[in-house]
Ligand binder design. Structure first.
Ligand SMILES: [Zn+2]
Length: 102
């Protein structure tokens, strides 16, 4: 119950979006795809794997969405202390910075 409340506030209280954006923009660059801001906005609130599924379709990428999803997750780090973060983390276990990477 408490988890659901926190999840609903994702992006409001902990403002997780910049963590995603930085990593995703980096990956778009490496994949050599151009995701314009209008398209990118349609991904807000989607599961990351769903976003990658759409992008793989749209740009005919030779990747499996699950692999891209996993690659993105591997790149999550705490913006304060650079500690690696796991998806679903609400607070950095090293510095206590509130984060939300899901
Ligand atoms: Zn930290």
């Amino acid at each position: 119950m408490i988890d659901a409340v926190i999840f609903d506030m994702d992006g409001v209280i902990v403002n997780s979006e910049p963590i995603y954006q930085k990593i995703e923009k980096e990956m778009f660059g490496e994949l050599d795809i151009r995701v314009d801001p209008g398209m990118y906005r349609t991904f807000v609130g989607l599961k990351t794997r769903e976003m990658w599924r759409i992008l793989v379709d749209e740009f005919h990428l030779p990747h499996h969405p699950a692999d891209l999803d996993q690659e993105e997750e591997k790149r999550y780090h705490c913006p304060e202390c650079n500690n690696p973060l796991f998806r679903g983390t609400k607070r950095c276990n090293k510095c206590g910075n509130p984060v939300d990477v899901d």
